[in-house]
Design a protein around this ligand. Structure first.
Ligand code: SF4
Length: 305
């Protein structure tokens, strides 16, 4: 184990590489990463980085987003088969068909989507900024893709009419109200913190709804000592690292994304050794997808002023 960590550190220096890991990665991978964060935080870190090579430990759409915002960099993914079933549910032609049906609507695309789908959109959003993004648009109708659960959560904070695509994250969508009630009985003093990719009835009964970063932030700032966590189990590692004196209980034993677990120390090492698994997109897709992502950034920077 130590040997492999040393080899990764050596090659990282030799290749002028930066290793980024998503919160849902296995603890060993989070430990060797230069930064751990949610998908959008990782894109921003990659863009600012001096390193020429970015090794993105996560799923494919995340590595694509890094490439879209930093096309001049070499972006590698340790396991090329780490996909996202939700991102794969929607194709660019689905977006074109919806546009054709609802001509007055703006297409808002969750960052958990392929580069080709982002390229068909008017603007992107994250689970943290989706409400602000939707409310920044002049259109009264919103085509929200691909996550119907996030879309339905966002629709609570606006009067706009939503047209949903039938996509969902199987990890979050599988959480049931029964899971929530069972865990509340087991841990009556623990607030329930859930991701907005969960179903509406789970969101309705939670104490806090937020992205992975916001869940981490909420638990860290809170004076409470135990929490029930309704998002992928990988986050428990960062929660515990930041809060060694607090207890965290997963809302369900099944909160595991198999694709997020496809990255191992061995795959990080071999990707660095061979400079393998390059993430590539056509120039046309990069240009169009960057437009959607940059529009989101422009809305957010206006809000921050
Ligand atoms: S946790 Fe859900 S949205 Fe994230 S990669 Fe896995 S399937 Fe996709």
């Amino acid at each position: 184990m130590e040997n492999i960590i040393e080899k990764i550190a050596f090659l990282k220096k030799e290749r002028n590489a930066l290793i980024l890991a998503h919160y849902y990665q296995i603890p060993e991978v989070q430990q060797i990463a230069d930064f751990v964060g949610d998908s959008f935080e990782l894109c921003k870190i990659a863009k600012r980085a001096q390193e020429e090579v970015i090794v993105l430990c996560g799923v494919y759409f995340m590595a694509e987003s890094v490439k879209i915002l930093s096309p001049e960099k070499t972006v590698l993914i340790p396991n090329i088969n780490a996909g996202c079933p939700m991102a794969d549910m929607i194709k660019p032609e689905d977006v074109r068909n919806l546009r054709h049906q609802y001509k007055e609507a703006a297409v808002v695309t969750y960052i958990n989507s392929s580069a080709a789908v982002k390229a068909e959109s008017d603007i992107c959003c994250t689970s943290s900024n989706a409400v602000e993004i939707v409310n920044s648009l002049p259109n009264e109708e919103i085509i929200f893709v691909p996550d119907k659960n996030l879309g339905s959560y966002v629709s609570r904070f606006t009067n706009k009419k939503f047209i949903y695509f039938d996509g969902y994250c199987h990890v979050h969508n599988n959480i049931t109200l029964q899971d929530l009630e069972r865990e509340r009985k087991l841990h009556p003093n623990a607030p329930v913190l859930v991701h907005p990719e969960c179903r509406a009835e789970v969101v309705d009964h939670a104490d806090f709804v937020g992205s992975t970063s916001r869940i981490l932030d909420y638990a860290t700032r809170s004076e409470q000592k135990e929490f029930i966590i309704g998002t992928e189990k990988g986050i428990l590692y960062s929660l515990k690292q930041n809060n060694p004196d607090k207890e965290f209980y997963p809302l369900s034993a099944n909160l595991i994304c198999p694709n997020m677990k496809k990255t191992s120390l061995a795959s990080v090492l071999s990707c660095l050794e061979d400079e393998a698994n390059h993430v590539e997109c056509s120039e046309k897709i990069i240009e169009a997808a960057a437009l959607s992502l940059n529009k989101m950034l422009a809305v957010m920077s206006q809000k921050e002023r």
